[in-house]
Structures are given as structure tokens and as C-alpha cells.
Design a protein around this ligand. Sequence first.
Ligand SMILES: [Fe+2]
Ligand SMILES: [Fe+2]
Length: 277
Amino acid sequence: MRIIQVSDTHLSAAHPFFAANAAAARAWLAAEQADLIVHTGDVAMDGAGAPADLALAAAWNAGLPAPVLSVPGNHDVGDVAAIRPEQTVDDARLAAWRAHLGADRWVHDQGGWRLIGLNAMLFGSGHAEEEAQFAWLAEALGTDAPVALFLHKPLFIDGPDEGPRGYWTVTPTPRRRLLGLIAGARVKLIASGHLHTHRELHLDGIDHVWGPATSFVCGESQEDLGGTRRLGALVHDFGADRVTTRFIRPDGLEDLTIEPVQHIIYPRPARTGGGAA
Ligand SMILES: [Fe+2]
Ligand SMILES: [Fe+2]
């Protein structure tokens, strides 16, 4: 089974700065053979403020040669209040996501694997759906099959016991709870987006893979988190018990940075923890 992971397309009706990269990534995807495409979030530039951007993402997915399953990012459904108080995840934003992109969490069995998509933006949100998702996940992990998890924010940067990493990761309390749940399952891959950076880390039997963006990379607004800041996509080949991952650089992508246009796209005060990814 082959799954292509794309991430952080940041499609936007109002701000076309990265549209050429989205078109290049889609042209590459349209010519690839895969059993499934997983989009690890930030499908839109401002889906949380302008649902029309989510409609653009649905149109981008339509007609691709494999089914597309997506999980929401902070730019799609908002973030937790501690990070982005002016645009928190709420019922209306979740409803808009579901109307345009489908379920915000999903379980999909294929090729002898259980694939689980999580809504990372609920972790630490206090929204009622956060508890519902944990209960749902506990049930979804009740399988003898190997498991791959897909979510927008990575669980951590350097290791599972680190403290808060602000804008960049799931916060420590839900991280611990999530890691406790998956400890009893055969989780082999945790694939995320959000950092606009590519990295593959094998830790305690799990591949923690940061999928690169297809839209832009971050410059000085992002501290050095490790990994490689470059645009691209990942091809995951699923074996009997292990996933082999390759980085692919589709033709036509240009490593544009966000900073020259950040003040146009986000004409708001700097947020807690910084970042535009
Ligand atoms: Fe993000
Ligand atoms: Fe992003």
C-alpha cells in the first residue's frame, strides 16, 4: 500500500502568493499512483475566518487519482485559546470543515493497516469534542493491526517529555494522554504537518515524521526546530509491519518564505508563541 502525504497547501481566495506552488503540487499528485492521499492540514490559508478557502481546498482535492483524507490544521478550524484567542476552534468552524472536507477525525482500514486521522486542534481546547475524540481514539486503537496516525501538529519537537513548545506542538497534558493511549497499540507511524519542515525521527519503535508543506517555508519567524525547511511531499510505502518513507520534490515548487507577505495575510498583532505555519 502506498500513501502520499501532502500538507499545508494554504489555499486562499484573497491571497494568491502561493497559488503557483499549490498548482505545481497538484499537477504532480495528479500524475502519481497511490492507494490513498492524506493531507495533514492547513488545507486553507484562512478557513477559520473565510470558509470559502475551505471550498478551494475541496476543489483542489476533487479529481485526484486516489481518495483524499484530510485532517484539519490551525488555519482551517482555529487553534486553542492560549495560542490564538481571536480564532479558537468552535462549533461553527468544525461544521464548516465537515461541510467542505468531511470528517475531522477518521479511521480507515486498508492494506492490513489501521489508519487514524486526528483533529489536533481539539487537544487542549476544552471543547466538548476533545473528550469525545479521546474516547473515540481509545476505541479505534483496539485493533491487532499496525497503526499509522495522521494529525496536523506534531506531538513534540525533541522528545515526548519536553515542556510546552508554544505554537509548534500539541501541549504536554494532551500529549501525555495521547501517548498513554497509543502505548497499548501497534503504532508504527505518526505523521504530521504544521512546521513546514521535513524531518524523520525514529523513537521507541515509532517513526515520527514531519511532512513538508507545499506552500511556503518559514524564515526568521520560526526558531530552529531541527529538520529541513523545504517544500515537498512524502511517499509512504506500507510493508507488513513497517513504513518506508521517501521525500519527493515535485517539479515547479519554489521555496517561498512567509515573512515578506505575513503582514498582508495576517494584519493582526503577534500571537502568543509566534509563528504563521
Ligand atoms: Fe499549521
Ligand atoms: Fe501551515
